[in-house]
Structure formats: C-alpha cells, structure tokens
Ligand binder design. Structure first.
Ligand code: RP5
Ligand code: MG
Ligand code: MG
Length: 280
C-alpha cells in the first residue's frame, strides 16, 4: 500500500520551506481535515523553463487532465486523479503539506523511468559470491549518488515529451552512469553499439507513484522501473562507470536489506532481488 514518507519530511528539498505536518491518518483526501493549511511553494527557477508548465491560471494554459496532451503525458498510472474546484490536480495518495509544484515541472503526474541494471557479485576469479547466512547469491546494481540530495539512487530521469520509455531508460543510464554527455561522437557511437541490445531485454518491476521528496499536493512523480540483468557480467559489467549529469558518483552496489536509497527506490530493488532469488 502506498504511503507518504519521503514527501512528508519537514523541509522541502533545496529550500527552507517547511511542510505543514500531516499525521498518518490525515493523509487520505477522504479523511476530513479542516485545520489543514498547506504551505504554497513553487520554485522560482521553474518560470519560463521549456520543461515546466505555466501557472494554472495563465490564460494560455489549457491542459487536458487525465489525458495525453499531444506530447505531454498527463495520465496517471493510479487511475483518474481529481482536479479540485480551483483547477489544481490532487495527489492520488493524499496530502503532503505543500501546494504548488515545488521543484517539479508539471502539474499532476511527472513521468520518469528507472533503469535497474544488475549483475551477480563476483570475486577476482569470477566466482559468484554466495552469502554465508542465506546461502543465496549476492546481486549488485548500478547506483548513482544524486547531486541534489546526496542520496544513492537508481539512475533514473524524466521522460522527455515524445520520448518512449525505453529511450529514456537507456539515455538516463548513459548520462548518469556512463557520462555520455561529455563524450565525443565517436565514443558515443561505440558506447551505444555496445549496450543498445542489452537495453532491449528488460523485466518490468514497477509502474506507478513514487514517494519522492519533491512531491506536493498538486505535483508528483510516477515511474516505470525496468530491470536489465547482465547475467555473465560481460556487457555493462565490462564498461567503466563514470558519473555524469545530475549524478555525483556511481558504483556497483551490493543489494541487501541494509540498503537505503532515494525516494522509495529500495522497494524497487527489493522486488528485483526477490524475482532473481538473490540474497537480501
Ligand atoms: C524519482 O526521480 C524517479 O524514480 C527517478 O529516479 C527520478 C527522476 O528525477 P530526476 O532524477 O530527473 O531528478 O522519483
Ligand atoms: Mg538525468
Ligand atoms: Mg536523474
């Protein structure tokens, strides 16, 4: 069941805006909460950005909610969301203590894609490591450290208008974990040729709402998380990882129950672990 945790933390990310405190039982919109006085916050940096919507009341802005608006997908994986009397879409999970968009560009759902690239942990001789306690092989995934929060995360990113999910998955992985943006054309070609096929065979792990710290009552993250597994460690396993774009660091990270990732990414990697019958 979905629940707001990361998007109810005291302070909104990269700001000194304090969220109105919402107790657990007051999260659902169906529970009356007359004392609720959420704080309004939309980062000034959104204004005029091509990837961001205008303000709701701007006369030129005529979104069709719960629909694909030629290039922008305003449909939610959570079913039809409600639009309130003032014209603002409402977070399908419930209250967050903030109205407005915060740091998010879109009113309503902001669609992302998360590539979970995995391999088995091996020793120098190439033997897969089996955990002594559980007797199960240890899985690793490519984790990046986010520049914004410093937390480790799946190297995901926003789906650009008109982009397919599979394009976003490979693009974000190349940008954040392989520093694609700083490569020259020849290097880019070589890289793309070496991993394009690998990125055609993925397993869907999750599709839906993300408990992202940037969510507000009117804007929220949704994602499609796909697992790409390098069974023999000879595709992505052979490449040198290099952080780029909004990633500060990158590495193969062991998966186990100690892991603590950005938003609710730990839930996503846990699903991969159980599908692959790996150690946790
Ligand atoms: C998360 O934010 C998604 O799961 C995805 O990993 C990420 C996309 O946002 P940016 O990395 O582009 O900030 O909610
Ligand atoms: Mg990115
Ligand atoms: Mg990203």
């Amino acid at each position: 069941t979905l629940f707001h945790q990361k998007c109810r933390q005291d302070f909104y990310p990269s700001s000194n805006v304090k969220r109105f405190a919402v107790p657990n039982e007051k999260i659902p919109w169906t529970v009356e909460y007359p004392e609720y006085k959420p704080v309004a916050y939309t980062a000034a940096a959104l204004k005029g950005k091509p990837w961001a919507d205008p303000e709701i009341n701007e006369s030129t802005f005529k979104p069709k909610w719960n629909a694909v608006n030629d290039k922008v997908n305003r449909k939610s994986f959570m079913g039809n969301y409600v639009v309130n009397a003032d014209g603002y879409p409402l977070n399908p999970v419930g209250r967050t203590g903030i109205v407005g968009r915060g740091l998010l560009g879109r009113w309503g759902p902001n669609h992302a894609a998360d590539p979970i690239v995995t391999r088995w942990k091996r020793d120098n001789a190439g033997i897969v490591e089996v955990d002594k306690q559980t007797g199960k092989p240890v899985l690793q995934f490519v984790a990046i450290q986010r520049r914004d929060s410093g937390e480790w995360a799946i190297p995901g990113g926003m789906i650009d208008p008109n982009e397919t999910v599979s394009t976003t998955l490979m693009r974000e992985f190349m940008e954040e974990a392989l520093n694609f943006l700083e490569m020259d054309d020849a290097e880019r070609k070589i890289l793309q040729n070496s991993i394009t096929e690998f990125f055609t065979k993925g397993d869907e792990i999750y599709k839906g709402y993300v408990d992202d710290p940037r969510n507000t009552d009117n804007s929220w993250m949704e994602t499609v998380a796909i697992n790409f597994h390098d069974e023999e460690n000879n595709v992505v396993g052979k490449l040198t990882l290099k952080a780029g774009d909004d990633a500060r660091n990158v590495r193969w990270m062991d998966l186990n129950k100690e892991i603590n990732l950005y938003a609710n990414h730990s839930d996503f990697v846990k699903t991969v672990v159980s599908r692959r019958k790996a150690h946790w």
